[in-house]
Ligand binder design. Structure first.
Ligand SMILES: [Zn+2]
Length: 379
């Protein structure tokens, strides 16, 4: 009896000291080594990006030690864009922050802008992406390595139209917070949240932004960016933006968990030819009305995707459920909860945010309700 009590106290303490689910941030100081990035009167972009990134990592360490933070580089070394993206995915990052400095022909141009992945709406956004992607051409055989992507060709950028849609909302949320801090706290000129096709964002499987901290070609901004004060202020603004963003997504997560989903439409990517018919007669999930069925939801997008779309990362057996204007894509079909959690673990390597959903007939039900029906415990 006494042993049992000791055992229970032990179990309870283990539960209490287990950390809350970790959140990982990767900070990427743009350029480095043989790639200086944009050049100012006295400064080089690679050095400014590194100085601010190191300060930012330091603020995380001091003020948010529960967040796992990794730097793609902490010294003056060259990294390819693909190596940076691979680093993000290897660490299963929850947020990717690329730190860059802007440049313009016109030396009076100043201000900050934060980019998320998308198709550029203005030529000036495309110009920034082209400049930041141009490092690819320093690599041998880049056309093969980067799947035919040519950073200097306008046509190459069409591919970003529907790219990374599943992370778009969160990327924009964080970008908004960054610009808000720059504008409201630092009184910097706000050039807004923008979209363009950056390879490094495209290949990173998490919400990601590319911050242009200011113009190295503008004398006043270059001086500010070169100063310890300026570097510290910018780093702290980005850190504050992170704290605000984290509060927002944590709050939203709680709401989503409470949300029960009914009135769904269902479509199948396996049969793109039947798309027209689907619009009128949406196929129902042919699930048992009494036995719960589990799927792994891999991502949500705002457009229906074609079969073989790169967003599926090679997964072919997927279908979507349409709720409002969102397409929730699912993989797998199991009545065995053990099997679906095993599939979820496999799919997490490609889709870190994927999770299990349960259906009874055509209705989505809570996982706990499904498990109760099967008299098993959630894990
Ligand atoms: Zn840059």
């Amino acid at each position: 009896m006494k042993n049992l009590r000791i055992f229970l106290v032990f179990c309870l303490s283990v539960i209490l000291i287990l950390p809350a689910s970790a959140f990982t941030v990767v900070i990427d100081a743009g350029h480095g080594g043989k790639d200086p990035g944009a050049i100012g009167t006295t400064g080089k972009e690679k050095d400014l990006n590194l100085a601010v990134s190191l300060r930012l990592a330091e603020y995380f360490k001091q003020e948010a030690p529960d967040i796992d933070v990794y730097l793609t580089r902490s010294t003056d070394v060259f990294l390819t864009l693909q190596e940076r993206a691979d680093f993000v995915n290897k660490h299963n990052a929850d947020l990717f922050i690329c730190v860059h400095t802007n440049a313009a022909e016109n030396k009076s141009v100043a201000g900050t802008e934060t980019y998320t992945l998308g198709l550029h709406k203005q030529a000036s956004n495309l110009a920034v992406a082209m400049r930041e992607n141009s490092v690819i051409t320093l690599e041998d055989d880049y056309q093969t390595k980067y799947q035919g992507f040519d950073p200097k060709s306008v046509e190459s950028y069409i591919m970003f139209e529907f790219a990374q849609d599943q992370y778009m909302d969160r990327s924009i949320q964080f970008a908004d917070q960054v610009q808000k801090q720059f504008k409201n706290t630092l009184n910097r000129q706000d050039k807004g949240v923008r979209q363009a096709g950056f390879w490094v964002l495209h290949k990173s499987a998490c919400p990601s932004v590319l911050i242009e901290m200011g113009f190295i070609t503008n004398k006043a901004e270059e001086q500010y960016l070169l100063s310890k004060k300026g570097q510290g202020e910018i780093a702290y603004a980005i850190f504050t933006a992170f704290k605000n963003y984290k509060t927002l997504i944590d709050r939203r997560k709680q709401v989503v968990e409470k949300d029960s989903v009914y009135g769904l439409q269902v479509g199948f990517t396996q049969k793109p030819a039947e798309k027209k018919v689907e619009k009128d007669t949406i196929p129902a999930l042919s699930n048992d009305e009494k036995q719960p069925v589990y799927y792994v939801q891999i991502f949500t997008v705002k457009h229906e995707l074609k079969k073989g779309d790169p967003t599926f990362k090679g997964e072919t057996d997927c279908f979507y459920i349409k709720k409002g204007n969102l397409y929730k894509y699912m993989c797998g079909k199991e009545t065995d909860y053990e099997k679906i959690t095993a599939l979820r673990e496999t799919l997490r390597q490609k889709f870190p945010d994927c999770f299990v959903v349960a259906f009874l007939g055509d209705k989505q039900i809570k996982i706990n309700d499904a498990l109760n029906l099967q008299h098993i415990q959630k894990k």
